[in-house]
Design a binder for this molecule. Structure first.
Ligand SMILES: Cc1cc2nc3c(=O)[nH]c(=O)nc-3n(C[C@H](O)[C@H](O)[C@H](O)COP(=O)(O)OP(=O)(O)OC[C@H]3O[C@@H](n4cnc5c(N)ncnc54)[C@H](O)[C@@H]3O)c2cc1C
Length: 665
């Protein structure tokens, strides 16, 4: 084990910037412009020297826009004519601008030098931890305390379906031996090159009559190799009929991912740049949106301490759907990209396409535009991406599917659906339900000794049993509350909507619907347990159930969350079945499968290794289960009190350890 000596800085910095690439440089410049820097102690952690021109940032904008006015000293060139297959086209009220990354980095470096209140440390952040009065930034040498953090570390790309498409490119800055360029005219997405079973195109951005940046870009699951890029770039220039020398080479890969950390659990940590999902997944452009993000953040210096429902501000819109469909095509039919992009630029004026890519077009315009695109390719994408979506996470559709089958079977042969449904649930309970609960123990126990861990587990269980024995009503209410919390936390983690408030709300709503709609069955159990029954008239039960369902649907629509909506539909189906089936459909097929998946991904386990690992714990649970059944042999069928107490005792440590696991991942 390697011991690291760290210094603890007692000073609390007002602002901490993690990384000083494009996003945080733009933020720093905006803070300077608004004269916010002089009052604050600022800490910058960036390991790189930032001396090389590693990227060329291009973006389109109106010449009078803020971005152009504020960054005009950094802009090295601009164009207002685009050359396409059909001829030349003016960009009307827009221009296409270029900024060399080194110019931006130099500007920020000057700023850092001129400010004594900014501490720049050439180091890598290793860990970020939230405390009540500060955020702690840990590097290999030091620990720093900061009030607010702007974090621009890249996230690992994560996709809903399969691996992400990559936008990879190689650019050459060349000097031609003849004056063959018009410095005002550029070529964007020139598809005249061979496609090599991918979507490949060229950019030609002349900066003088005989100098240009020529860039080859490829959209595919595989990266553009240097060899292939060289071959295409050479052929492209040869077709222009001149000799050339290469002055500089630029290579890069951008994952075309729709995944971003829009908000951190703690609102004092703000994601920036690519981490915040500012890179448009289908084009790779980010510069302008990072500039706008910096402006927004500087305007709003005091975001709420906890994000809560602010999640809704960054909900997916229709553009997310368009991007998703196009990404699906690029992923599974990469050779279709050429036709789609060519038609996009051929059939609409370029400045309108830019507005669309910036997500500022009108819905009407989009409908007209889609009509001109190969619409069957998009319909294919809708159909197959839906199928892939369902199969990539079976827990999204399983409860609905099995619940509907049970209803259908019951309709044709009363009772047979229930029997079949219960058999499926019982089998799945032993395949994932119990093992998923057992593995929380495994991941926690790995870090501590077995005996103390088992003692902790059993103590928690004992406390629950004691509470039930002394105060059955308090035991029941506590059990419902922590179950609701746990169900909500697991689902929202899965749906990418991590928010403490929403977790609790969703958990309460789903359990509310399941339990209230089965008041009669619940009361039978309550009677056995000496718990006061819920004395509700049948009309009230219907009213409350419908009210809860309505609220859930409205929330699902407001959050624009497809899995939330699918889930509430499955729970609605469950209201037509027995309590055991209704709860089992949710608990076994959705909750346990989701928890299983989370453990599997985070620990990089296989299903087989998970079953083997969970075996001792699962066996322990089965033994306890059988012991309980010694007291009451009919407990499973009648949903008896012993079974409920046993379940609740087993649940508390599981929920505790899973919640700690979710906090850490
Ligand atoms: C080659 C290339 C060309 C691009 N061209 C364009 C373009 O023309 N137009 C456009 O709009 N977009 C473009 N993009 C997309 C986007 O603008 C850039 O990726 C942009 O750099 C993203 O900014 P960022 O601040 O998120 O990341 P970066 O600029 O990469 O900055 C992140 C910084 O964090 C630092 N860092 C990482 N880990 C740590 C750590 N643990 N601790 C401390 N610091 C850390 C890194 O050293 C880096 O300096 C391009 C991207 C690439 C890769």
């Amino acid at each position: 084990m390697q011991w690291v000596k760290r210094t603890f800085h007692t000073m609390i910095y007002e602002i901490g910037l993690v990384g000083l690439g494009a996003a945080n440089s733009l933020l720093l410049l905006e803070m300077e412009r608004k004269e916010l820097l002089s009052d604050h102690a600022v800490l910058v952690l960036e390991p790189d020297t930032k001396l090389a021109n590693d990227k060329t940032f291009c973006f389109w904008a109106n010449p009078d826009s803020d971005i152009v006015r504020q960054l005009k000293d950094l802009i090295s060139h601009s164009w207002n004519v685009v050359e396409t297959k059909e001829g030349k086209q003016s960009l009307e009220n827009m221009r296409y601008y270029m900024i060399e990354s080194v110019a931006l980095y130099n500007r920020t470096r000057e700023l850092l030098k001129s400010r004594r209140n900014i501490t720049h440390v050439r180091t890598t952040l290793e860990d970020l931890g939230a405390h009540s009065s500060f955020i702690e930034l840990t590097t290999s040498e030091n620990k720093y305390q900061v009030k607010k953090v702007y974090d621009s570390r890249a996230l690992l790309p994560k996709e809903i379906i399969a691996t992400p498409v990559l936008q990879s490119f190689q650019g050459w800055r060349v000097t031609f031996d003849k004056d063959i360029c018009v410095p005002n005219e550029m070529r964007l997405m020139d598809f005249s090159i061979p496609q090599n079973d991918a979507t490949q195109f060229m950019y030609l951005l002349p900066t003088t009559k005989n100098q240009a940046l020529i860039e080859m870009t490829r959209f595919d699951r595989t990266v553009l190799t240097e060899e292939l890029a060289r071959q295409h770039l050479k052929n492209y220039i040869r077709a222009m009929g001149c000799g050339y020398t290469i002055n500089h080479t630029e290579r890069g890969v951008i994952p075309m991912s729709q995944h971003g950390e829009n908000h951190h659990r703690d609102a004092r940590v703000i994601s920036m740049g690519s981490r915040a999902g500012k890179i448009k997944s289908t084009t790779g452009y980010a510069f302008k949106s990072m500039f706008e993000h910096a402006q927004e953040l500087v305007q709003d210096q005091n975001p709420p301490r906890f994000t809560g429902l602010s999640i809704a501000q960054r909900l997916p819109n229709r553009f997310v759907l368009y991007d998703f469909l196009l990404l699906y095509i690029l992923k599974f039919r990469p050779n279709w990209g050429k036709e789609i992009f060519e038609r996009l630029f051929q059939k609409q004026p370029a400045h309108e396409v830019f507005e669309f890519l910036e997500e500022r077009s009108t819905f009407r315009w989009e409908v007209q535009m889609f009509a001109k695109l190969p619409i069957f390719k998009f319909l294919w994408s809708v159909l197959f991406s839906t199928i892939s979506y369902v199969f990539s996470a079976p827990q999204r559709a399983l409860p609905l599917l099995v619940g509907s089958c049970v209803l259908l079977l019951n309709y044709f042969s009363p009772g047979s659906g229930n029997a079949a449904g219960l058999s499926v649930l019982l089998a799945m309970l032993f395949i994932v339900g119990i093992p998923h609960g057992a593995l929380d123990g495994y991941i926690t126990q790995r870090r501590s000794k077995l005996l103390p861990f088992v003692l902790r587990y059993l103590t928690m269980m004992l406390l629950v049993i004691l509470l039930w024995t002394a105060l059955p009503l308090a035991g029941l209410v506590t059990f419902i509350c922590y179950s609701a919390w746990h169900f909500g936390e697991t689902d929202l983690k899965e749906w990418g909507l991590s928010s403490t408030f929403l977790s609790a709300l969703w958990g309460a709503l789903l359990l509310g619907v399941i339990l209230i709609s089965h008041t009669q069955e619940m009361n039978t159990v309550f009677l056995q347990m000496d718990v006061p029954i819920l004395d509700l008239a049948p009309e009230t039960v219907v009213l409350v159930t419908r009210g809860l369902i309505l609220v859930s649907i409205i929330l699902g629509l407001w959050l624009r969350s497809v899995p939330w909506l699918i889930s509430i539909i499955a729970i609605m189906v469950g209201t037509q079945l027995s309590l055991a089936l209704s709860f089992g459909l949710y608990f076994v097929l959705q909750h346990s499968v989701t928890g299983w998946k989370h453990l599997k991904i985070s620990q990089e386990w296989t299903n087989k290794s998970m079953w083997i690992r969970s075996l001792p714990f699962s066996c322990g649970a089965v033994v306890l289960f059988l012991l309980v059944f010694q007291f009451d042999k009919n407990s499973l069928l009648e949903w008896s009190s012993h079974f409920l107490v046993f379940l609740s005792a087993l649940s508390l440590p599981h929920i505790y350890f899973m919640s700690r696991f979710y906090q850490k991942t």
